[in-house]
Each structure stands twice: as C-alpha cells, then as structure tokens.
Design a protein around this ligand. Structure first.
Ligand code: ADP
Ligand code: ASP
Ligand code: MG
Length: 464
C-alpha cells in the first residue's frame, strides 16, 4: 500500500467539474490499494483577489474588500452547493473566513499599511476555505475525508510571505495530526501554501507554494510518491499558452526541472523538487482534466541521451537589467561585493548576472517591480564614487524577459548556443545579455519584454 501525496492546483479545485475529477482520481488511487493524502490550493484566482483587496486597503480604501468578500462568498457557496449540498458547517466556515477577511482589511485601511504578517493572514484564507470544501465534496462522494489546516502541522520560521519549514518539527506534527487520519482509512485534505511560526502566526511559503507544501508533507509523511495535479499534461517543452504546439516531456531530470522552475516554468514551484527527489520519493506532474495521460516523471538522473540537447525553453517576464557603469570602476575596491550586498539588503533576488563585453560595467537582472528600490540602494552605496569620476551612473532598463533553454544533454551537444542565437536572429529578436546556467544544463539570455513570446516560439522550433 503506497502513500501518495496528491496536490491539486487552483484550476483543479476551481469548479465543480474539476472537484468531481479530483474525487474520481482519489477513488481510483484507493481502488488500486493506495492511500492518498490530498493537498489543495485556493480556488483559481482567489489568492490574487484577496491580496489585491488587501493592497487597496493599505492605500486607505477598504471598499474593494467588501465587494471581493461578496464575490468569493457567492463563488464558494455555489461550488459547495454543487459538490456537497447540505454541508452547512462548511458554508458557515467560509462565511466566517470572509468576515475575518473584511475585518483584517478594515484594520489595514485604518493603519494605512499592510504588514507581511497581515498579508499572510489574508492570503492563507483561500486555502483555509478550499480544504474544507474539498473534504466535504469527497464525503458527499462517499469517500471519508478530514480537512486539516496545515498551520497546525507545518512549523516555519517567521519570514512572512516566504517562510521556510522546520522539517523535524513538521515531521513530528504530521505524524501526530495526519498519520492517524490516514490510518483510519480517511483522506486528509490539507491546506497547501501555509504554515505557522512558533507563536502560531500564519505564514505562507511564497506564491505558488502549494507545490512546496506537497513536497514538505510528502517528506514529513515518508510518502512513496508525490503527484502534482495541474491543468496541463505535465511539464511541457514550453508554456503551452505561448506555443500551443508544446509537447509533454515524459521524463525529466531533477537538474533540468530545477533549472526550468527557477527560470519561470510556473508548472512546478522550484523548491518542490529537491526534498522529494533526494529522498527517492517519486515525483509526477499530471493533468486533472486528462488523468489517463501519464504526464511527466521527475527522476534523479536520466540515462537517456537526448539528441539535439534542448529539451525545453522557458521565459521569466517582467524583469529589468540594472547596469552600473564607469571607466574608473576597476579601481574601486570590492565593487562587485558591495553591489550585490546593497541589492541583498533590499531583499531582492538577482535572477541573472551577466558578463558585459567591456570590464567597465556590472550588469544583472532583477524583477522589474524591484528596479527602483535597487537603483536607489546602489546610488546610496556608491554616492561618493558617483559624485567623483569613477562611476558614471546606475541605470534600469525597460522591461525585459529572461529566456532559458534547458537540457541535460546540451553539454554533450556542440553548437546548441549557436543554433539558439541563430534562431533568435532569424526571428529578429535582439539579445541584450547572455549567461550560462551554473548547472551546465541551461543557457539564458535577456531580450526585450516585447519580444519574449517571439523568442520562446523561435527557440521552441528547435526542439526535436
Ligand atoms: P496550478 O494552479 O495547478 O499550480 P499553475 O498555473 O501554477 O497551476 O501552473 C500550471 C501552468 O504553468 C500551466 O497552465 C502553464 O500555462 C504554465 N507553464 C509554464 N511553463 C510550462 C511548462 N514548461 N510546462 C507546462 N506548463 C507550463
Ligand atoms: N494559492 C497560492 C497562490 O496562488 C498557492 C498556490 O496556488 O500554489 O500563490
Ligand atoms: Mg502552481
């Protein structure tokens, strides 16, 4: 009997039809003799709506929170009525959660500020509504199920918005709280995305973090397999929204999927992969809407040699190139260290560092939303040098995208980058900067945001 942690993303719990598919998938696993534990995201779009209203409240306007609460109440209640008619306690819990949401937003609007802690309390509500809803749906289908709020299971640090779990404590709590439910042949339905710190304050694991929850809980429960159920047939050669001819990649190595996830393939949260694969837990990405499709299996290493080398191409959009320039730059002691230390103080993560053609500049990529903060931090750090002759200035580019090609076979295949840049040239895409990934299975380049999709499609045609 295998324990399988199955995570269902927003679209996979976003409609009555999807929830019925979920129930069927759980039933099939049980019929095959396996023990599924379900991890759920909020219903599709809910986290965005909650956070948008919270940000409006921080600007002093609490009225969007009330409209959002009405919209969400209506959607959850309609879904609940469709999948679990008569589950009144869950309906009440949903209403209470939304009342709490409105109260929190009102408090934020009075303060005129939304702290990371308050944002997590708000963002967590989506999963705290979806888990009881899905558990009720399973019960209505005759599958015994228990909703569990993982704020009581996943212990994290107090780094709100992007918390890190304490695995030992989480393992212990999962053993005490989830294992008995499994042992009683019930399906635990666990909130993805959330945990709590030592003081009991709710934290989140970062946007898209329900995948990571599945990994954490898979490890904590010593599961045999973790299946990520989403809305496409596994990991594909590129985002099918950009290139509709994208194909499923049946087997992908740990290094390849890590590179893809880090460079924008939203299909799997980057932190999901390592804990699971390292412990020999099988990891699959599958489609809730086409369960018979095998999807993608992630393995530690792939024996299969891949002709042509490139297996997938991905894009991270809304980025910005920051350049620090000056003819006297080489004379400034510790300039690179000071540059990146100043960026780190803003808590911005650098997505890519590029070697410029001359040695008179340092050039790197950060999310566009952080560009003004980063420029200000650098101007502050180098105020003296900027006032003198050594540095000319710090500049932020227009929005750009990082395009990354991934393939473990690329190192053995000559001419991959040549073909990549020819394809971009033929599509009239202008390359702003280039970097080779550290794992030797990726090459990244920076292009204007306006040309991102063209660049992805041009390279995608090279994937054999
Ligand atoms: P979920 O809500 O199930 O977590 P996400 O929206 O987070 O789903 O991730 C799934 C989406 O990821 C797909 O709908 C697809 O548009 C996008 N995506 C981006 N790159 C890829 C890729 N290489 N393969 C598959 N999907 C991708
Ligand atoms: N609901 C959360 C989000 O939208 C987590 C997730 O769906 O993975 O970011
Ligand atoms: Mg996701």
């Amino acid at each position: 009997m295998k324990t399988i942690v199955m995570k269902f993303g927003g679209t996979s719990v976003g409609s009555p039809e999807a929830i019925r598919n979920l129930a069927q998938i759980v039933r099939t696993a049980q019929a095959g003799g396996d023990r599924p534990a379900v991890v759920v995201s909020a219903l599709s779009g809910v986290t965005d709506l909650l956070l948008t209203a919270a940000h409006a409240a921080a600007e002093g306007d609490a009225s969007p929170a009330r409209t959002t609460a009405d919209t969400l109440r209506d959607r959850h209640h309609r879904t609940l009525t469709a999948v679990a008619p008569g589950a009144e306690a869950v309906g009440q819990l949903i209403s209470d959660s939304l009342d709490q949401f409105v109260n929190l937003c009102q408090a934020i609007s009075v303060l005129g500020e939304a702290s990371p802690r308050a944002l997590d309390a708000i963002a967590s509500l989506g999963e705290r509504m979806s888990a009881p809803l899905v558990a009720a749906a399973l019960e209505a289908e005759g599958i015994p199920a228990t909703a569990i709020n993982t704020a009581e299971v996943v212990l994290t640090d107090s780094h709100f918005l992007n918390a890190t779990p304490d695995m030992d404590a989480t393992r212990e709590r999962a053993g005490a709280r989830i294992q008995p439910v499994l042992d009683a042949a019930r399906v635990p339905v666990l909130t993805g995305f959330i945990g709590a710190d030592r003081r009991g304050a709710v934290t989140t694991l970062g946007r898209g973090g329900s995948d990571y929850s599945a990994a954490i809980l898979g490890v904590a429960l010593a599961a045999d397999e973790v299946w990520i159920w989403t809305d496409v047939n596994g990991v594909m050669t590129t985002d099918p929204r950009i290139a509709p001819d994208a194909r499923t990649i049946p087997v992908l190595t740990y290094r390849e999927i890590s590179e893809l996830a880090h460079f924008g393939a939203k299909v799997l949260h980057p932190k999901t992969i390592r804990p699971v694969v390292e412990r020999g837990i099988a990891l699959w990405v599958k489609n809730t809407f086409e369960p018979a499709n095998p999807g993608t299996r992630i393995v530690l290493e792939d024996d299969g040699w891949v002709e042509g080398g490139i297996r997938a191409v991905t894009a991270i959009k809304a980025q910005c190139v920051i350049t620090l320039e000056g003819r006297g730059m080489l004379g400034i002691p510790g300039i690179a260290a000071r540059t990146f230390a100043a960026v780190a103080r803003t808590r911005t993560s650098v997505s890519l560092i590029s070697q410029a053609s001359s040695e008179q500049s340092i050039c790197f990529v950060v999310p566009f939303s952080a560009s003004q903060t980063v420029v200000a931090a650098l101007e502050d750090e180098f105020r003296r040098e900027l006032a003198g002759d050594d540095l000319d200035g710090v500049t932020a580019s227009d929005p750009v995208a990082i395009i990354t090609v991934v393939g473990a076979g690329m190192v053995h295949t000559p001419g991959v980058s040549g073909r990549m840049f020819s394809a971009l040239g033929n599509a009239a895409v202008n390359v702003v900067a280039i970097a080779q990934g550290g794992s030797e299975c990726g090459i990244s380049c920076v292009v204007s945001a306006l040309q991102a999709d063209d660049a992805v499609r041009a390279i995608h045609q090279l994937i054999v």
